[in-house]
Write a protein that binds this ligand. Sequence first.
Ligand code: IMP
Length: 431
Amino acid sequence: MNLVILGAQWGDEGKGKVVALLSENYEVVVRYQGGSNAGHTVVINGEKFILHLLPTGILHPHTVGIIAQGMVVDLELLVKEIKEIESKGLRVRDRLFISDRAHLVLPYHKILDSLLERKGKIGTTLRGIGPAYMLKYARKGIRVCDLWDKDRFYSLVKDNLEFVEELCKKVYCENFELKIEEVVDRSLENFEEVKDCVIDTSQYLLEKREGILFEGAQGTLLDVDIGTYPYVTSSNSSALGLSAGTGLPPKFFSKAKFYGVSKAYTTRVGEGPFPTELKDSTGELLRERGGEYGSTTGRPRRCGWLDLVALKHAVRLNGLDGIILTKLDVLDAFEEIKVCVAYQLEDRIIENFPASLTLLEKVKPVYKSFEGWKESTYGAVDRREIPKKAWDYINFIQEYVGVPVVMLSTSPEKDKYLWLEEESYEGANIG
Ligand code: IMP
């Protein structure tokens, strides 16, 4: 059966470890949206890897990794990432396929990203992601396949540079200095390193049919259509992005399992509404215990209690079959643990995640409180190592969102997890 692993919050849920673990049983691992804005941290045999563009599953020597058409690819970074892993003795290029339809991220996308941030702060990763998708949808994007034809590539870059230069000068009053030869030559050099990996990946996947794990980046609440728009990334980082991002028909996924990864609390980086954010010492404690600093930018993450209204939104719109709960151990030290079960706006109770930013910015969380278990769950691999009070917390989550918690991840180490029986869950929905 094919498996889809998605972020069920604002990203950074711990998908890297989960995918690294589960992909052991799959032949092919696919990334299908976003780009180097992602940062998947995986610890294998005590060695830490941070992957930005490669699918995490590629760290298993037997898996084929796919960079599918919905991604925006910074070849400079991709080549660097590949070489870094290959320097550790793990050959990547004979197991990697890159879609010829994927769009490129070029240096001027990053310049534009910084300028756009100056006018209206989203708190992006400054990796050029928004501008790359912006030019893609403006039908000015440049795709991997364009690199096969040097003249065509040159003229596309020339057009882009003229467009971006005008934008920079007229809108931002900024001089723009980027030499076309530098952009073109560097891109062609990088292409030379990976050109044997370039194929029509949707054809490959259609023929493969089974044994595929689809690895979402970012998270549902950062999805451009169902997230906290405009404080989102520029791709469909929920299940909505699967078909367009892979080039596979929606039917292809009808028998797949969909699991969403969620922390036992909530974090987000960048700007935007976050109803359960804690700007006090409790939030600080979550950040310190959880090591909540961005793996791509190093920024401290904003922290707060688990928001079940938001999580249920993710469960419904992704059609999740189960939740993979991570970082429960971060809550081990707390006397009291809260979860948000609704939002309040004056005398109105809101139970569905609202589209309107005006509402999201004003709502107050309605909390249910749990007594802390005050025992270590760190590294637990057996149900008996999880205290009763922690089970009460987990059971409440699954009952509220209406799907089971299928797995607990209990430390960054790959072998520290508990697989919970899906069948034993009876499925009450008290939300
Ligand atoms: P961009 O994707 O760099 O354009 O950033 C848009 C928003 O998505 C910002 O709030 C980023 O902090 C956030 N974001 C992008 N990628 C990730 C990620 O991998 N984890 C968490 N947040 C992310």
